[in-house]
Every structure is written in C-alpha cells, then in structure tokens.
Design a protein around this ligand. Structure first.
Ligand SMILES: [Zn+2]
Ligand SMILES: [Zn+2]
Length: 300
C-alpha cells in the first residue's frame, strides 16, 4: 500500500531536513534509462537515499511501477523532464508533483512523444541513406517500452559497429545537433512549460543549465526570465556542472528566489549507474514539496 506523505517516515526518519538525501533526477526504461522503474527504486534504496525523483523524458509512464516497488523508508517524488527548445537550443525543464491527469499538460506530453517517434524514424532513414546498417526494428527493440530517442539510435549505431561507443554517435557526422542524420522535433517553449506545469499544480526546476547542452549554456538572463515566469528552482548539483558553475548557480538561485536542487541524472548503464552520487542541497526537497499542490510524494 502506498500512501501520500510530505516527509519520509521510514527507518531513516531521524534524518533531519538538512541531512535528507534526495536525488531529484533519474531515468528508467519508461524513457531512455536502461533499468526498469522498480530497479531504479531498488538502486535508490541501496544507495542510501531518502528520496528519489523519477523524471523520465516527457512521460509519467514509470510512476505506477515505481510506486508499487518502493522499498520501506524510500520516498518517491513523481516527476518528468520536459523537452523544451529556446532559440534553437535544447532546454530541459524538470517538473514535479503536477496533476498527471491535467488535460493540457498530457496533450503536450503526447505531442512531444509522438514527434520523438516520427523524428527518430526520419533519422533512421537518413542513416540508411548514409549507408549505416541500422533499422527501425533494431532501434525500437533497444527502446523496449521506453520513448524512442537518440540514445537508442546511438546504441544501435554502436551495436552495428558504425561508431565505437554510443557517445560517438552524437557528432556532426551522425546524429549530433545539426549532424548529417540529425532531425529536429517538436519541443515546448520553456516559458510555456513552466506555465503549464504550474497550472497543473506542479513545480518546475531548470535542469543542468550549465551542463549537457552540447556546447551551449543557458545564459543568466534566460534564468531570470524563467524565474519571473514562475520557475520554482534550478539544478545546482548535476554531474556535468563543475564546482565553479555550481557556486554561480547557487548565487543566481539566491538572487532570483529559486530553490537550489540537484540530482544524478542516472540513466543506468548509459551513464554508469550514478544514482545517489548527486543530491539536492539542504532544504531543497522540502522547499519544492512545499510549493506543489498537484500531487504528493509517495512512500513505501
Ligand atoms: Zn536533461
Ligand atoms: Zn535527465
């Protein structure tokens, strides 16, 4: 039985807010992670976390399995990572505790997922034209039940021996942004994402503003605009952000009234099983939960 709670009430309940270990960014096979939602929960507990957020790309499909598999003492923060685009650049917005049945939000999530599939198909066709021996069947087999994405195509390219590792596929030669076989897809304006999630009772956190953007870093002014539009927090702790970037983001968060957050962005095998290696700064988790009204965290 799962019941909604605000605080962790399991064996680790003696943990004060300050020492609460909350990894607020992870992926499962519901999107492009390599482990099932249940396994993500098991690994979160094994890593000694008090709270784990499941934030698959543009879907909440993994939440039910994760909630059903929650080990005692672990709290699940239901979330997702919305694919957005600003001035041609990819921007990721984490959303938590929104009403998963909200009409407008679910329609946008479906539009993004549908476009992901048609775009992935177009990329596979281009790869075939370029002579890479990769088929749509192979890609969907790798994706399994997850939302098809570039990581799955990258894995198919590596399996076919076209590139040495999946990471090598993200270049101009293959499926990197602007690459020979790259196709853009539908994505939300981040301002609209923030407004949609807020209208559904949830809170938003700008994901890895200084990392993972393949050469582009989100400017301070954009962060300020998003804060003015109702963004709740910013991801300070992320494996692709160094100490200097984290210090700057912490300063910006304080100046803009944003909640400093953090997470491992674990994708299982794809990123080296890093769950629990990054956590939200003290107080971050409670501050996010305190501002959300669309859903509640779930405990095992
Ligand atoms: Zn991301
Ligand atoms: Zn992510």
């Amino acid at each position: 039985m799962c019941r909604p709670v605000v605080e962790n009430t399991g064996p680790n309940q003696t943990a004060s807010h300050a020492s609460l270990r909350a990894d607020l960014h992870s992926h499962s096979t519901a999107s492009d992670g390599t482990t099932s939602p249940a396994d993500v929960m098991a690994r979160a507990a094994a890593a000694g976390l008090d709270v784990i957020a499941l934030t698959d790309h543009d879907t909440v499909a993994g939440h039910a399995e994760a909630a059903a598999a929650l080990p005692p003492g672990l709290t699940l923060l239901p979330g997702m990572e919305l694919s957005c685009r600003l001035s041609g650049h990819s921007v990721h917005v984490l959303a938590y505790l929104f009403d998963p049945a909200d009409d407008e939000l679910t329609a946008e999530m479906a539009a993004i997922r549908d476009s992901r599939v048609s775009r992935a198909r177009a990329m596979v066709s281009r790869l075939a034209e370029l002579g890479a021996p990769v088929t749509w069947d192979q890609v969907t087999q790798i994706a399994g039940d997850g939302v098809v994405g570039r990581p799955h195509i990258a894995r198919a390219l590596a399996a076919a021996g076209v590139v040495a590792t999946p990471a090598d596929a993200f270049t101009p030669e293959w499926i990197g942004a602007g690459g020979r076989a790259h196709v853009t897809r539908y994505a939300l304006d981040p301002m609209r994402a923030v407004a949609l999630v807020r209208a559904a009772g949830g809170v938003t956190v700008l994901a890895h503003p200084r990392g993972a953007a393949r050469g582009w870093q989100i400017p301070d002014e954009v962060l300020a605009d998003l804060a003015a539009a109702g963004l709740t927090g910013v991801e300070v702790n992320h494996p692709q952000q160094d100490a200097e970037q984290r210090a700057r983001l912490q300063e910006l968060a304080a100046a803009l009234g944003l909640v400093p957050s953090g997470g491992s962005d674990d994708h299982g095998e794809l990123t080296g099983f890093r769950i629990g290696t990054e956590i939200a700064p003290p107080g971050g988790y409670a501050a996010l939960v305190g501002q959300a009204a669309g859903a509640r965290p779930v405990t095992g």
